[in-house]
Design a protein around this ligand. Structure first.
Ligand code: ADP
Length: 281
């Protein structure tokens, strides 16, 4: 992990170390009635270090999900450029996988069937895909639950299935949009710890969108704080907590200090966003 110091207009590290870069990316949507425009993302540049854990935090509606969907190739930017592995990209890239907050498992498929799905789509043989899926199910701690349907699993377990389903395709970069948003605090902390363990094992790069400050500090190497809409880069907080990192880190003084640092960058933006929302009503 590099600690970049020096002038840059980019949030993150030197471009040469980066697996993913965004150059002056903006996104403008037409409003529902077609009479106006919403600037959802405003001139965001960032570099994500290979093997890094990069979180994006910001007030609700500031453009975090839009940014992640642009990176995942689900949306085109209105302007700006993205590179993956140094190459400009348009649309979905094979190195990139995604996990969303909303229920993203198929209720009619078992754990094994869900995790196998992407490999099936890729035409991998049944024997091979079953072996890979079982290995991934083990890695996310769901061995013994291969034949269960989502309705027989807890929220945390379903989210593990969703994570295994993305990981089995071996993405070099995993994008996660509030993956633990619907879970209770303790489950969220434990799953976060497991995510770091898996990340260390698979050597992946992870980008996480979250509105949870503690979660961003627990998991990340860098936390990018966005402004209230239209979302720009406000500040990048470097999280210098050691690795391997387990959830006991939450009790440390340094953790508390970093949480305070993220909040001090975020506070003013949250107040602005709150006022924007109040004015809209
Ligand atoms: P966040 O993830 O930070 O809560 P979003 O990226 O979901 O924010 O949304 C940013 C802004 O863009 C919001 O004002 C939202 O209403 C608007 N927006 C998002 N998607 C669309 C869309 N498809 N069409 C129009 N406006 C959109």
């Amino acid at each position: 992990m590099s600690l970049f110091v020096g002038p840059t207009d980019h949030a993150g590290v030197r471009p040469s170390m980066a697996i993913l870069t965004l150059h002056h990316v903006s996104k403008v949507f037409a409003t529902d009635n077609g009479s106006g425009q919403v600037v959802a993302v405003n001139d965001v540049s960032l570099n994500v270090d290979s093997g890094g854990f990069f979180s994006i935090i910001g007030p609700s509606g500031c453009g975090k999900s839009t940014l992640l969907r642009i990176i995942g190739g689900l949306l085109d930017p209105s302007s700006g450029e993205l590179t993956v592995g140094g190459e400009p990209v348009k649309g979905p890239h094979p190195w990139i996988g995604m996990v969303f907050q909303e229920e993203s498992t198929f209720p009619w498929r078992t754990t094994l069937g869900n995790v196998e799905f992407g490999l099936e789509m890729r035409g991998v043989s049944p024997t091979q895909r079953r072996a890979k899926a079982r290995e991934m199910i083990r890695l996310v701690g769901l061995s013994g639950f291969e034949e269960r349907y989502p309705s027989e699993l807890s929220g945390g377990m379903k989210q593990r299935v969703a994570i295994a389903r993305a990981l089995v395709l071996e993405p070099k970069i995993l994008l996660m949009d509030e993956p633990f948003g619907a879970l209770d605090e303790q489950t969220r902390i434990i799953l976060g710890e497991e995510l770091l363990r898996i990340r260390d094992e698979l050597k992946q790069t992870i980008m996480l969108v979250t509105h949870n400050i503690n979660e961003s500090v627990q998991l990340s190497d860098r936390v990018m704080v966005m402004t209230a809409r239209p979302g720009r880069v406000k500040e990048v907080v470097f999280i210098d907590l050691p690795h391997p990192r387990d959830s006991s880190i939450i009790a440390s003084d340094r953790f508390g200090h970093l949480v305070a640092q993220v909040w001090s960058a975020l506070r003013e933006e949250s107040i602005k966003s709150f006022k924007q929302t109040e004015q809209a009503h």
